[in-house]
Design a protein around this ligand. Structure first.
Ligand code: NCD
Ligand code: ZN
Length: 345
């Protein structure tokens, strides 16, 4: 039975586009369907200053596919040396939409992140004053903490203290992976939480049972099934605190299928097909638009997009298994089951 679903054009509130050849290869995978995306600043070297963000935005705009209608929403990478005046100026000019906090060493290219949170207090206070959101990679890096507990411990040790010390700071818990994250988000005001596509599909068994699956390894790492179910309930609830941030994070196959494989799942290509499948399974197709297209703009104080996209359910959807880049192939996330929803208009 064919079925159509028309939504406001969606946005991606957490996206890695990289730079150079990789940027050029993966950008069309996002601009085909999404109108805007929050662009992660974890390049090497990171995007720290307003001037660096402006230059990166120009490099993205320079390789936009012909006819694409896409706005990159830039972010600054918070370091212990970040200058509050530079952040405020980048916000006032409309250049940046958020600042990103990576605990030093938590994930890919996070070496310049924050180790001593007291050192960024001044920047965070300024951000609270001017209404600039803080996006957080919510994992502690304490070697004594088990990797599967790092998000829950981050909430207690870092996130909640920051929020109490900086009233009014708008914060986004990025790519939540636990029931603890869902529960904390539900207990707070001025807080958003992004959820990735892949964390609605995989739990930690998918990574480890029957052989190690490097293309399912990302950070924060997928947790046990109970957490996946909590994420699915949150994403499909329609609650305005939850919105899509794919965290689509391309690495070449050579870097993923490696004795020390990089973290990141590349989901830009088939995200909307997968999400429609998930929302249909949960009996929540009528709430897909809130998750992909309405809740994010509301949190960021932006208008919803003018245009629409239409998803149709039909025969099994085909999509490329890999995206070719000059650096090598990038494997597209495999949900492990056939997809039947595709973007048709
Ligand atoms: C991201 C990357 O590759 O840049 N990787 C990931 O596993 N999600 C970094 C991040 O968002 O943690
Ligand atoms: Zn990310």
């Amino acid at each position: 039975m064919s079925q159509n679903l028309t939504l406001r054009r969606p946005d991606d509130w957490h996206l890695h586009l990289r730079d150079g050849a990789m940027l050029q290869a993966v950008l069309p995978e996002t601009t085909r369907h999404f109108a805007r995306a929050i662009i992660m600043p974890n390049l090497v070297p990171p995007v720290v200053t307003g001037a660096q963000a402006a230059a990166y935005r120009d490099r993205i705009l320079a390789v936009l596919p012909d006819g694409a209608d896409f706005t990159p929403l830039m972010t600054l990478y918070l370091t212990e040396d970040t200058d509050p005046d530079d952040v405020a100026a980048a916000h006032a000019s409309g250049l940046v939409s958020a600042v990103k906090l990576y605990p030093a060493g938590a994930t890919t290219n996070s070496a310049s992140g924050v180790a001593n949170f007291d050192k960024v207090r001044g920047v965070l206070e300024r951000m609270a004053q001017i209404g600039l959101p803080l996006c957080l990679h919510g994992e502690v890096t304490d070697p004594a903490i088990d990797i599967f507990d790092r998000e829950a411990v981050f909430i207690d040790r870092v996130l909640d203290p920051i929020r109490r010390a900086t009233p009014g700071l708008r914060t986004v818990m990025e790519h939540i992976t636990t029931r603890d994250g869902v529960d904390y988000a539900l207990s707070q005001e001025n807080l958003g939480a992004t959820i990735t596509t892949h964390h609605l599909i995989i739990n930690r068994n998918h990574i480890l049972v029957g052989g190690i699956k490097p293309h399912y390894y990302c950070l924060p790492v997928a947790k046990r099934e109970d957490h996946r179910l909590a994420l699915r309930a949150a994403a499909t609830s329609g609650d305005p605190r939850f919105f899509l941030g794919t965290d689509s994070a391309p690495h070449t196959d050579a870097l993923k299928e490696n004795a020390c494989g990089c973290a990141g799942c590349f989901t830009a290509t088939n995200t909307l097909s997968i999400l429609a499948h998930v929302f249909e399974e949960e009996g929540a197709l009528d709430r897909l638009e809130a998750f992909t297209s309405l809740n994010g703009p509301a949190f960021y104080g932006l208008p919803v997009n003018d245009g629409t996209i239409t998803l149709s359910r039909g025969d099994t959807v085909t999509y490329p298994e890999k995206i070719d880049t000059e650096d090598g192939p990038v494997t597209v996330f495999d949900p492990g089951f056939p997809l039947t929803w595709s973007v048709t208009a």
